[in-house]
Design a protein around this ligand. Sequence first.
Ligand code: FES
Ligand code: FES
Length: 153
Amino acid sequence: MIRVNGADREGPSDSRTLLSDHLRHGLGLTGTHVGCEHGVCGCCTVLLDGRAVRSCLLLAVQAEGHEVTTIEGLAALDAPLHPIQQAFHECHALQCGFCTPGFVLAVKGLLDDHPRPTDREIEEGISGNLCRCTGYANIRQAVRRAAELSGPR
Ligand code: FES
Ligand code: FES
């Protein structure tokens, strides 16, 4: 059993299944994107017990007994956008959007550790995620805006 977005979900039937594949194909959570499938692009980033991880580098069975948060779990469909989503929207921090779920969850992990990140911390926090569209300037701006929207902690 894997806890996904606050609900207990079945683990994979095949112990060799990647977490990214289990989320997408087993559980229908297709907001987790898959790009390189070998740990380079960051598209498949999810939170595992609150830490940003690449789901293409984990077996789904390794997540059993742990809490996984995917992009679908960040804000309910009928709820306001999460501050990070709102910031990406305001700052035009996406174009095609393929990289965006991974970036949003990487930024969630970053801001949980550094609520007021320095430019250096922002660089490091998003350095594992590739975007082929935006040139990163708007994404960096969105991280700063998300920190503002998240308020003081
Ligand atoms: S698909 Fe996982 S890092 Fe690229
Ligand atoms: S918005 Fe297209 S890859 Fe990032």
